[in-house]
Design a protein around this ligand. Sequence first.
Ligand SMILES: Cc1cc2nc3c(=O)[nH]c(=O)nc-3n(C[C@H](O)[C@H](O)[C@H](O)COP(=O)(O)OP(=O)(O)OC[C@H]3O[C@@H](n4cnc5c(N)ncnc54)[C@H](O)[C@@H]3O)c2cc1C
Length: 403
Amino acid sequence: MRIAVIGGGAAGFFSAIHAKENHPIAEVTILEKSKKLLSKVKISGGGRCNVTNGTDSLSMLAKAYPRGEKQLKKIFPTFSNKDTIAWFEARGVPLVKQPDGCIFPKSQNSQSIIDCFLKETKRLNISVRTETKVKELIPIEGGRIRLQINESEIEDFDKVIVATGGSPKKEGLLWLEQLGHEIIDPVPSLFTFNMPDEDVKSLMGIVVDPVQTKIEGTKLKASGPLLITHWGMSGPAVLILSAFGARLLSKKSYEFKLHVNWFNDLNEIGIRREIDALEENYPKKILQNIRPLQIPDRLWQFLLTKGNISSQKKWEEIGKKDKNKLVDLLFNDVYRVKGKTTFKEEFVTCGGVSLNSIDCLTMQSKIVPNLYFAGEVMDIDGITGGYNFQAAWTTGFFAAKLS
Ligand SMILES: Cc1cc2nc3c(=O)[nH]c(=O)nc-3n(C[C@H](O)[C@H](O)[C@H](O)COP(=O)(O)OP(=O)(O)OC[C@H]3O[C@@H](n4cnc5c(N)ncnc54)[C@H](O)[C@@H]3O)c2cc1C
């Protein structure tokens, strides 16, 4: 049996290794269009490669995928984040979990992951061809698949796994659409919010953890740390919104209003109680010097100025009007977003080959027999935190069964 894996990235290597282990007598070849193998793994996680996430519950793991949650939930019990950890550790790559749940190689170097894959492919005698671009895929008689490679080469395979990664443009997926697969228009996911007209940027570097964020006029909301940057806002409370709202925010041309509850899950009544307590406990102190503890000092001064509330007032002098303004700012602070910025170059695509065209228990195409998919080429993507690689490992594991 001849097996071709198109794409020498995370999903390609993982599926090729498992395909060979599942079918030891088959000839397995990875075809990579560029000169470099595993180039995204190399730069991922700031060069450290966040291989997976350490969340304990499989349903929480699945919930990290705005696209693909339902399908991954069915297959995670067979190959989950725990299996990823065990797989790498069994191959001499110890991993460590950060307090935020992200899992990295103990070496803090993505090269450990690359070396592990290269060693495995060598051990299993998998051939790896670079500068080999697959241009067309033609189903032929006997269920075989003919690949048109580079300018003029043609090769036939019994099974083909497509692991070509996310394509920022739909044209990049035309060769798969022409075969009859439904393609969901790609749009970016995982981006930070630009706020060119907002003075809050002067607070760059401040982190408030946790806050609740919402996008006006939608049901989108998130909780987590929020980082103020020199161009706007970032951090999980923003990135989660960008992932779950990827398509909607694209339709809005990235212009919308962001609402922030600086007290995260406290409602208006709860926040008013906090403010009442400050007024009661520190009547003679001025607002500038006494603030709710979870609000960083610079943000507190900023909010007082934004609300036009004198910071020199004593707490006993705050009055009903200013108190209402303050509670409103802490509970529902509004910022105008205009544009987006890619998060640490970690561009991830929402969209790709529709899951309607794939049997998600086998990863086999519903259109072309013996054709399988793995990784980001499919309409599956996760939030930041190791989830995108986990999807590549799990779908690669399933595609490699070639069943
Ligand atoms: C800067 C950055 C940092 C990231 N950090 C993390 C992180 O720490 N943790 C995390 O979980 N996710 C991270 N991600 C996301 C993660 O890298 C991707 O989700 C993951 O690489 C997808 O794997 P893949 O194998 O599906 O695609 P890719 O890694 O994109 O691999 C696809 C490969 O296919 C090749 N190819 C494409 N078309 C063809 C063709 N026609 N013929 C032959 N070869 C072809 C490409 O050249 C490429 O090498 C990061 C992404 C970026 C850009």
